[in-house]
Write a protein that binds this ligand. Sequence first.
Ligand code: SF4
Length: 83
Amino acid sequence: MNGAKAQGRAAGHSRLLRVDPVACDGIGMCAHLAPHLIEVDPWGYPVLTGHPLEDADARRATIALTACPRSAIFIEDRPAKIV
Ligand code: SF4
């Protein structure tokens, strides 16, 4: 990532992987598809890192959310805080 792009991401917005716990059925397919982003708890429900997605993570995150049979996982775009 070049400096201007990195600066724009930091100043503009961040992307977070999120899960809707009501919709999720806890089968854990997402964790198999993006194991470095998603772990599973002892009951099979996803546990997310909560860290903003880097560009290199976006492809895996998209594969995981596309494969989710319940459409329970999604990417949230968060605007930067105004200080
Ligand atoms: S693939 Fe979807 S339904 Fe299955 S554990 Fe992950 S978020 Fe939940």
